[in-house]
Design a protein around this ligand. Structure first.
Ligand code: PLP
Length: 470
């Protein structure tokens, strides 16, 4: 069949210069950063695939919206624009802005979770789980088993396992479960979507037991693209219609606007329940700001409102996911092990297969991310044992089944040529994988350790040797 390419539904008006570095400069930079890509200076990075969070390019319309910022302390016009965009596209009644997603997670967790409660979710997310634990809750993973298998081709690997959920309800009782956290798409599983059918069934089961469902809507529109392309009955529905239906199965959402909503900062909590909204508004003034700005400038809320409108356009999402798939297909063609099927926001290298001889205690994904930076200046992120942290009860490292390096694609920022350069570096490293050296901690923070941890090579003083070992 003749190939019909996707292409961006925009052209470039402003360019941002990048600094090109030499390998010697990158060797120095990664040592200074303690082999942690989070601690690199962005000036030393060529193609930054650390995260798709807050790294999107805003449109000319969003920048124009910034000039319409109403910086009144109370009742900013931009708040009402944001509120009506969330009501129109997500369908929730009450909208409470927060500085970013974790601000909404903090308020939701503190408002709903009592010490000793259990909070099921389709896989953990780092900040989400910490807020649940700080509120006294215990996260319980109820994602389907296929999600933990990087080779499974199942189309909706983000789905909730209804049997696991039912067993949890039976074991601890519905009264100890304030809500289920439903992630769409599932970041830690490789950007894997949930199906509409699953959301509908989860919602029905939870409602029967009086358990609320809160959506992590951070990448829900990306999830809707997968529903449209993989769940036949939705093929002819618009992304906006699919999003409204998905949200209708839930009682509210936490949102990091830094992803789907195409802004550099911002988030919100949205809920239908009047009492919960009151409680959340009481708490937002303490931790974020007045309930009509929640830690954001008026202009930030305006940009987010416009970004919500842009995010549900099919051509935008087709190009967004198309670019991710383009990168994944080149890497995969060369035999590099990645998580299948290719997900929504990035390519996830399977570090356990990439470096099969490296012990898990030497953090293969962390080492691979550091080596990739040294090779080409591409910055990726570890999503494996370092991110998973220690078991809160035993204090031991938890080694999740997935040990991944995430190449996350910012929205509307990089070109196809950048994707080619990235793929070529990954493939070159795969061919030279025997040169990659494992890492050990030299500094380990207590919470969310992946952000600030420092490492050193387990032998020698480099993470990427010049030659294969003898
Ligand atoms: C980024 C993210 C969050 C947290 O949002 P922040 O804006 O970074 O605080 C929560 N859930 C998921 C799935 C995310 O990707």
């Amino acid at each position: 069949m003749q190939r019909r390419s996707w292409a961006e539904p925009f052209k470039i008006k402003v360019v941002e210069h990048l600094r090109m570095t030499t390998r010697a400069e990158r060797e120095r930079a990664i040592v200074e950063a303690g082999y942690n890509t989070f601690l690199l200076r962005s000036d030393d990075v060529y193609i930054d695939l650390l995260t798709d969070s807050g790294t999107s390019a805003m449109s000319d319309r969003q920048w124009a919206g910034m000039m319409l910022g109403d910086e009144a302390y109370a009742g900013s016009a931009n708040f009402y624009h944001l509120e009506s965009a969330v009501r129109e596209f997500y369908g929730y009644k009450h909208v409470i802005p927060t500085h970013q997603g974790r601000g909404a997670e903090h308020i939701l967790s503190r408002s709903c979770i009592k010490p000793g409660d259990f909070v099921p979710g389709n896989m953990y997310f780092t900040t989400t789980r910490v807020h649940q634990e700080l509120a006294g809750g215990q996260f319980v993973d109820v994602i389907i088993d296929q999600a933990h298998d990087p080779g499974s081709e199942f189309a909706f690997k983000g789905n909730v396992d209804l049997d696991k959920l039912a067993r949890l309800i039976e074991r601890v009782g519905a009264r100890r479960i304030p809500y289920l956290a439903l992630h769409a798409t599932v970041n830690m599983a490789g950007g894997q979507p949930i199906s509409m059918a699953n959301a509908r069934e989860v919602s029905a089961l939870c409602r029967r037991h009086g358990i609320k469902v809160f959506l992590d809507a951070t990448r829900a529109v990306e999830n809707c693209y997968f529903i449209k392309t993989r769940e036949p009955e939705y093929a002819d529905r618009s992304l906006a219609e699919i999003l409204r239906e998905l949200c209708s199965y839930t009682d509210g959402c936490t949102m990091s606007g830094k992803k789907d909503c195409l802004v550099n900062i911002g988030g919100f909590l949205a809920v239908n329940d009047d009492d919960l909204a009151d409680a959340a508004r009481n708490m937002v003034v303490i931790y974020e700001g007045l309930h009509t700005y929640g830690g954001l400038a008026g202009r930030d809320m305006e940009a987010m409102a416009i970004g919500i409108h842009e995010s549900v356009q099919y051509d935008h999402m087709h190009a967004r996911i198309g670019q991710v798939q383009y990168l994944g297909e080149i890497i995969e063609r060369e035999g590099v092990p990645i998580v299948r099927p290719i997900g929504g926001h990035g390519i996830f290298l399977n570090a356990l297969e990439f470096l099969p001889n490296m012990p898990r205690e030497q953090f293969p994904a962390q080492a691979l991310a550091a080596a990739l930076y040294v090779d080409s200046g591409v910055r990726a992120m570890e999503r494996g044992a370092v991110s998973a942290g220690r078991d809160p009860e035993t204090g031991k490292n938890s080694f999740p089944q997935l040990e991944l390096v995430r190449l996350t694609i910012p929205r509307r920022v990089y070109t196809q040529a950048h994707m080619d350069v990235t793929a070529e570096s990954v493939v070159a490293l795969y061919q030279q994988r025997a040169r990659i050296v494992g890492l050990r901690f030299t500094y380990e923070p207590k919470h969310l350790r992946f952000f600030q941890a420092r490492f050193g090579p387990v032998e020698g003083d480099r993470v990427l040797r010049d030659q294969d070992p003898p």
